[in-house]
Design a protein around this ligand. Sequence first.
Ligand code: GDP
Ligand code: MG
Length: 170
Amino acid sequence: DQTNLDFKIVLLGDSSVGKSSLVLRLCKNKFSENLEPTIGGSCVIQNIEIDESEVKLKIWDTAGQERFHSLTPLYYRGAKGALIIYDITNFGSFERAKDWIFELRENGEQDSKIILVGNKIDLEAKAVVKDVTAQKFADKNGLSFFETSAKTGEGVNQVFFALAQMLLGK
Ligand code: GDP
Ligand code: MG
């Protein structure tokens, strides 16, 4: 059934955690050290092939208005999936990721699929959020957890692929 393979997904997290960079890596296989904070905000469409099916992800990225509580619930209304992103070198961004998860669970779509994503693993030497800490939080809250680097590309395709699979109920 081709009609149900079309999903809105949202990227949420503090500014500068790398949301737009993850989209740029996924869609164009590129990275920029100084991406304009206002780049993004629009919906990008990316098709991902899973088994014989083509899953269409309509990816919503913010354009700098992502401060917690300044995003309207309209932004994530209808989102069947979400990547909640933090920067492993910024502890505050991990705290905000938790806030986002609780916010989505309260006010988002019923049974939306949520993945917690620790980005910038190329900066592992400067990490302040340990992967075991994030994994423990994810386990406790029934979430999947991935680590990525938009800079090197590590884990990026995997995280979107995993979300697409979850959206298909796999
Ligand atoms: P957003 O505000 O969440 O959309 O974050 P951006 O995608 O605009 O990225 C903010 C800054 O972090 C930019 O300077 C990016 O180049 C940088 N950045 C994003 N992802 C990574 C990453 O995986 N590794 C490193 N080292 N820098 C990154
Ligand atoms: Mg951005």
